[in-house]
Structures are given as structure tokens and as C-alpha cells.
Design a protein around this ligand. Structure first.
Ligand SMILES: [Zn+2]
Length: 243
């Protein structure tokens, strides 16, 4: 199978998994950097992630223009993806989600999201919060609608795995689509565990050394990729796994 066809199928699988796991719902999107041209990325046309098929995958330049003429509606917030790929050559997959469990941490003035369970230790040491109002004023619709806003978000993400978006959602980056999907499945679970622990009183998250140890793991090792195949089967798209 050609690399581009494999990549298209992987974008579909990622969409289906993240919809089935409720990281995405009718909204939000996941993309993959083009396997043969780092100046392009693959993202579905505007449709709900749980319904994405390979024929829905569109190639984009990093500035958000489709590579070929496209008459179908496109995601308004696609600029998030190109801006992250532009700033981070190490990133091969990008997710934008509105997962509800994460949202309290995107508006809290006192509590930051941080890893408290081992599966998501590679969330990293810092999860910055991007506030669109800081640079674009308090009368936007909160959506990322152009490259200027996307680049400002990518600058906040900087070298981290993910950044929260105030009153909106989050963006996450992966070294591969498998790496990104595994992290993304556990991010809302980590948020739920942290919220529950906070209600119980004092708690203890991962230490700096524990986070470093998780970050040192190979994100594409067979053990780390095990979830990809399991979740693909659960989402009913294991037929797309075969080469
Ligand atoms: Zn959004």
C-alpha cells in the first residue's frame, strides 16, 4: 500500500477511535502530517469525526489552503493544524477537541491540568492555557479562524504536548498518530481522576522524575501501540488496519 493511502486510512481510524472514545463528538478534528511532504497535512472535510471515510480526507498546505480545488465545506478551525506543523517539525499528528472533562481546567484561575495517572505521564510538565482574548480582544467568537490566531496558539503550545484553550477546548500534538491517539484517549480520563481527587482533598500527581521517565518511553513501541488496534476494533474500523 502506498504511504499516502496508509496515511489516509490512519486519519480515518484516528477520527473513528476518538469519536468512539468521546474525545471528539460532532465537532473537533484530528490530522496527520503528509508522509511524503512535510509542507502538507491530511484532514477530513467538514464532517463529524465518527462518520469520516477515506474519501473525505483532503490535503492541505500548512497555511490552510487545500492542495487541490475543493468545493466541499472545510473545517473553519483547520488553521490550528497547519500552525502547529509549521512551528513544530517534530509533530506528525495534531488534535483539536472540546472534551468536556478538560474544560474546567481551561477556565480555572487557580488549578492547572497536570498528569496524575501513569498512562498520560507524557502529557509533560506543563499544560499552558491559551486565551484568545489576550491578543485578539474580548469580542471574538473564540474560534481559531485564521493563521494569525493559529500561530498565536502554536506559540503558546511551544514545545509542550498539549495546550488548553480558554472557554473552548484543547490542542494536542503527537510524534505519530498512534502516539497522539493514545495520549488523547487518556487526557479526559486523567482530568476526571484529578477532579475526583480534588473533591476528596489532598492528592499527589506524578513527580518530575516520573514524568521524565514516561516522556523517555518510545511512543511507537509495540506496547504503546497496543491501544491503537484495540480501540480501532472497538470503533468498528479494524478492516482499515490491514495493509
Ligand atoms: Zn474548536
Amino acid at each position: 500500500m502506498e504511504r499516502i493511502e496508509r496515511a489516509r486510512r490512519d486519519v480515518v481510524i484516528a477520527n473513528r477511535i476518538l469519536a468512539h472514545q468521546k474525545v471528539l463528538d460532532a465537532y473537533g478534528h484530528v490530522s496527520l502530517r503528509h508522509p511524503d511532504d512535510p509542507q502538507k497535512y491530511l484532514l477530513a472535510r467538514s464532517c463529524s469525526p465518527g462518520m469520516v471515510r477515506t474519501s473525505d480526507i483532503v490535503e492541505f498546505w500548512l497555511d490552510g489552503r487545500p492542495v487541490s480545488p475543493e468545493t466541499r465545506p472545510l473545517y473553519m478551525e483547520r488553521y490550528i493544524h497547519g500552525a502547529v506543523y509549521e512551528r513544530r517539525p517534530d509533530v506528525k499528528a495534531v488534535l483539536h477537541s472540546h472534551a468536556e472533562d478538560v474544560l474546567p481546567f481551561a477556565i480555572s484561575k487557580t488549578t492547572r491540568l497536570r498528569p496524575v495517572i501513569q498512562a498520560v505521564g507524557d502529557m509533560g510538565h506543563d499544560v499552558p492555557v491559551w486565551d484568545i482574548a489576550d491578543r485578539f480582544g474580548d469580542d471574538t467568537n473564540l474560534l481559531v479562524l485564521n493563521m494569525e490566531q493559529g500561530r498565536d496558539l502554536a506559540a503558546c503550545l511551544a514545545c509542550n504536548r498539549m495546550a488548553l484553550m480558554r472557554g473552548h477546548g484543547f490542542v494536542a500534538a503527537g510524534a505519530s498518530v498512534f502516539d497522539l491517539v493514545r495520549l488523547a484517549v487518556y487526557v479526559p480520563r486523567n482530568a476526571r481522576v484529578l477532579m475526583a481527587a480534588m473533591r476528596m482533598g489532598e492528592h499527589r500527581g506524578l513527580s518530575k522524575g516520573e514524568i521524565d521517565a514516561r516522556l523517555a518511553l518510545d511512543p511507537d513501541s509495540p506496547a504503546m501501540r497496543r491501544g491503537w488496534e484495540f480501540w480501532a476494533q472497538e470503533a468498528g474500523c479494524d478492516d482499515l488496519l490491514a495493509d
